[in-house]
Design a binder for this molecule. Structure first.
Ligand code: FUB
Length: 323
C-alpha cells in the first residue's frame, strides 16, 4: 500500500523533514515537536523542541523506523532552547547534522554535530558555527565536493535583525517595495564545521530580472530553504510563510541569483510549511509536514511525502496536498 501523503510515524510529532539518500536508504532528519501550554505567537514560542530523532526507510514501501534520540540540547554547551529544523550531509565517511537553536543570549545560531552513522548519535561541536545567525540550515554537497549552507527565517527566525549582518534588537520593518531579505548563503569549510566564506544574501529575481519585493508575500522568501540540482541547474525552494506556499526559483550557480519559477505545494493544514526534495531510484519526492493528525495544532506536526512530477526543463508541477 502506498505510504504517500500519510504520516510516516505517529508515536511522536515530527516536522521540517530534510530527506537524504545514503547507501541506497532514505533518511529523514526532522524536528521533534513537543507539547506546549502557551499561546501561538509570531515569535514561534510554541516550537519548544529539545532533541532530534532520525527516521529511516529501507525503501519507500518499508516501515519508517525511529532510530531514537540522536542529539539532545542538554549535550550542546552553547544551546539554551528551541532546537528547530535540522539538515544533514555526508562527506568523506562522516555524517554531519546541522541544526539551529537559541544560544545563551536567546539569539538563533547554527550548530553542527558529527557521527560515523547517518542515524547518530551525533557528537556536537562545543560552539556554534562562527558567523552564523538565524535558522533552517540546508546543506548541499555539490558534485565537485564543495559544500554550501543555505539558511534563514523571518520573524521568530530573527533574519530581519541581521539585515546589516550585525545584530539589531529592534529593526525597522523592511518597506514593501524594497528587495526582500534572504535566504543566507555561505560555503562550508573542507572539514564541514565552519563557514569558509562570509554569509551573503541570495537574490531572488522576478521574470524581469528585478529583485522580488518584501511586500510580494506570495513569492518572497520567508524560511525553510532547500536546494536540489536537476540537469546541471540549481533549484532553490522555500516557504513563503504568511501565504503558506512552497515555491521555487532556478539558477546557474549555487549562490544564485535565482529566478522565481512557480509554486510547488499549496497550503497544508497548519501555519508552517517546510519541505525537502530528493531523488530516489530515478523518481523525485517531496517530503513535507502538516497538522492533520493533531487536528490543526500548529506545533504538533507530522512528516509525510509524495511523488513530484518534474519536466525535462526542470519545471515542477504544483501539488495540492489533499487532492
Ligand atoms: O519547526 C520550527 C520552525 O517552524 C522551523 O524552523 C520553520 O521552518 C518552521 O517550520
Amino acid at each position: 500500500m502506498s505510504k504517500q501523503r500519510v504520516p510516516l510515524v505517529t508515536h511522536i510529532f515530527t516536522a521540517d523533514p530534510s530527506a537524504h539518500v545514503f547507501n541506497d536508504k532514505l533518511y529523514i532528519y526532522p524536528s521533534h515537536d513537543l507539547a506546549h501550554d502557551g499561546e501561538d505567537n509570531d515569535n514561534g514560542d510554541e516550537y519548544q523542541m529539545e532533541d532530534y530523532h532520525i527516521l529511516s526507510m529501507d525503501n519507500l514501501d518499508a516501515e519508517c523506523v525511529d532510530n531514537g534520540e540522536a542529539l539532545n540540547m542538554r549535550d550542546v554547551p552553547w544551546v539554551s532552547n528551541q532546537m528547530w529544523a535540522p539538515d544533514a550531509a555526508y562527506k568523506d565517511g562522516k555524517y554531519y547534522l546541522y541544526f539551529p537553536a537559541r544560544d545563551k543570549d536567546g539569539i538563533f545560531r547554527l550548530g553542527v554535530a558529527v557521527s560515523d552513522s547517518p542515524v547518530g548519535p551525533f557528537q556536537p561541536e562545543p560552539n556554534y558555527i562562527e558567523g552564523s545567525f538565524s535558522i533552517d540550515p540546508a546543506v548541499l554537497v555539490d558534485d565537485d565536493g564543495k559544500a554550501y549552507c543555505y539558511n534563514g527565517g523571518l520573524w521568530g527566525g530573527q533574519l530581519e535583525k541581521w539585515q546589516t549582518f550585525s545584530y539589531i534588537e529592534n529593526p525597522e520593518e523592511i518597506p514593501a517595495d524594497a528587495p526582500a531579505l534572504g535566504p543566507v548563503f555561505a560555503q562550508l569549510t573542507e572539514d564541514m564545521k565552519g563557514f569558509a566564506t562570509k554569509p551573503q544574501f541570495i537574490q531572488i529575481l522576478d521574470e524581469n530580472g528585478e529583485p522580488i519585493k518584501a511586500g510580494d508575500e506570495e513569492r518572497r522568501y520567508f524560511e525553510g530553504p532547500w536546494v536540489h540540482k536537476f540537469n546541471g541547474k540549481y533549484y532553490l525552494s522555500y516557504s513563503t510563510g504568511t501565504t503558506h506556499y512552497i515555491v521555487y526559483a532556478e539558477g546557474d550557480k549555487p549562490e544564485g541569483p535565482f529566478t522565481y519559477k512557480g509554486r510547488i505545494l499549496e497550503p497544508v493544514i497548519g501555519w508552517t510549511t517546510h519541505h525537502s526534495i530528493v531523488e530516489y531510484h530515478g523518481k523525485w519526492y517531496l517530503f513535507y509536514h502538516d497538522c492533520e493528525l493533531s487536528g490543526g495544532i500548529n506545533h504538533r506536526r507530522t512528516v509525510k511525502y509524495l511523488e513530484l512530477q518534474i519536466d525535462e526543463d526542470g519545471t515542477i508541477h504544483t501539488v495540492d496536498p489533499y487532492k
